[in-house]
Design a protein around this ligand. Structure first.
Ligand SMILES: C[S@@+](CC[C@H](N)C(=O)[O-])C[C@H]1O[C@@H](n2cnc3c(N)ncnc32)[C@H](O)[C@@H]1O
Length: 444
């Protein structure tokens, strides 16, 4: 524990990426779950370090691709706690990008903000560019004080209480990143919480985390539409205990009116008629229907029984990410932007091994993401273990091999970045997927 009864604080200097911060406790860098506030007097969760690294990369992508205009970028680290996310934007983005950023941390906890500002003063960016300020208050009102180009929401549990005001606070065009740690609700384990918070049902099967991300996207998309905006998903990630969606928000009544085109249902073990409807609606490519797919999307307008156990939704049936964004998330870029440089003077006196360990943690943040670029804008997400039982072919086809043969036949395909479950994404028609899988592993 960092705070003694006398009020004395044991301080520990910690490095995440290229950024230094004083903490009141030695963090467990290998932690994968939620942190508890009592671990330290300021909330810091090392398990979210990968999410913060991706946030730095996404911001650089957005700047390089002119998604945030040409002038000053007003960015808010809402629910900032230690403020490490905002500090990492400023510290780790190249000088040319960082100099445009006016970052604001908002948190109800004044001690956390004071601590964050002190850390920034003590360990400022090498290039000394950009600005950091702090606002103490309730995010739901504080965020409405101005328009923002970038809004980050990283709450304890569900982001639902913050989404509407976050959307309203975004300038004409901007980016919203939303984390959720209420995964039990979003994946359908806690059905009542899911229905209450997100108005959805999710079948708690192998694709539950994919459905969960889509329910979150649908929630953000609907909120955007209510405020005359539309969203374009840039990246959706399931990473250990949390889910996170990053979307572009654009003010447009015309596109907001089309929100229902992007929302619908996922049906497990669909009937012939349901698969036909899915094809007719353009939710998967034309295919022969001798062997039906394991699941399919249907439009919101399709008439279903709400107590049908095969159904998940309403959820986002459009793309969950953008090809170019995922292609940007390479290990090289992550290392260049975020890995600490052992050749610079090091205040922590780290050994070569410690630098290498942190570099590897940074690379892990983007593992497999750029490879998924080729498959992210496609309709099928297939768990290979399920596919082998569906086709009764003993052992599952190697996902790598399946991707390879799908690409050789001219289709988009990639391994999916989906927890520890081996899966692929592809735009190939279902009958092609079946044929190639059976060629790799004939039925026993
Ligand atoms: C999960 S932590 C944020 C972690 C942080 N984003 C990071 O990357 O380390 C949630 C934070 O939200 C703050 N908080 C909770 N409700 C709030 C509200 N309504 N307005 C502002 N801050 C709030 C808490 O004080 C806490 O610091």
């Amino acid at each position: 524990m960092g705070v003694h009864a006398s009020g004395h604080i044991d301080e520990f200097v910690h490095r995440e990426g290229k950024t230094l911060m004083k903490l009141g406790v030695v963090p467990n860098k290998d932690s994968v779950g939620p942190a508890i506030k009592n671990d330290s007097f300021v909330f810091y969760n090392p398990a979210m370090s990968r999410s913060r690294t991706r946030s730095v990369l996404l911001m650089q992508y957005a700047i390089e691709n002119n998604l945030l205009g040409n002038g000053v970028i007003y960015a808010v680290d809402g629910l900032s706690a230690s403020g490490l996310r905002a500090r990492r934007w400023l510290n780790e983005l190249p000088s040319e990008s960082a100099k445009r950023i006016r970052a604001t941390m908002i948190d109800m906890d004044p001690v956390a903000l004071e601590w964050a500002l002190k850390n920034h003063e003590e360990y400022p960016p090498n290039h000394n560019q950009g600005e950091l300020r702090a606002v103490n208050g309730d995010l739901r009102s504080a965020i409405l004080s101005q328009g923002w180009h970038w809004v980050d929401i990283d709450p304890y549990g569900s982001p639902v209480p913050f989404i509407d005001t976050a959307i309203q606070s975004i300038a004409r065009k901007g980016i919203l990143e939303v984390s959720a740690t209420d995964t039990a609700a979003l994946t359908g384990s806690s059905k009542n919480a899911l229905l209450r918070r997100y108005g959805a049902r999710v079948r708690n099967d192998g694709l539950a985390h994919d459905s969960a991300l889509r329910v979150l996207l649908a929630t953000v998309g609907r909120s955007a539409a209510r405020h005359e905006r539309s969203i374009e998903p840039l990246m959706s990630v399931w990473d250990s205990h949390h889910l996170r969606v990053s979307v572009r928000v654009i003010r447009s009544i015309e596109n907001a009116n089309k929100i229902e085109e992007q929302i619908g249902w996922r049906i497990n073990s669909p009937t012939l008629e349901e698969v036909r409807e899915s094809i007719d609606y353009g939710l998967q490519p034309e295919t022969s229907l001798e062997i039906l797919p394991m699941d399919c999307f249907l439009p919101l307008s399709y008439s279903l029984k709400r107590d049908d156990k095969r159904i998940s939704g309403p959820l986002w049936i459009g793309n969950m990410g953008k090809k170019e964004v995922l292609a940007f998330m390479t290990e090289d870029r992550a290392a260049t932007l975020c890995a600490p440089n052992p050749d610079e003077i090091d205040q922590l006196g780290w050994s070569e091994k410690e630098f290498e360990y942190e570099r590897r943690r940074i690379l892990k943040s983007v593992k497999n993401i750029s490879d998924e670029a080729n498959g992210i804008e496609t309709s099928h997400h297939i768990l290979v273990d399920q596919l082998s039982s569906w086709l009764e072919i003993g052992s599952p086809p190697s996902p790598k091999k399946l991707v390879e043969v799908l690409r050789q036949t001219g289709h988009q395909a990639s391994l999916a970045n989906y927890g520890k479950k081996p899966s692929i994404r592809t735009d190939a028609p279902w009958d092609v997927i079946v044929k190639l899988s059976l060629e790799i592993h004939p039925p026993i």
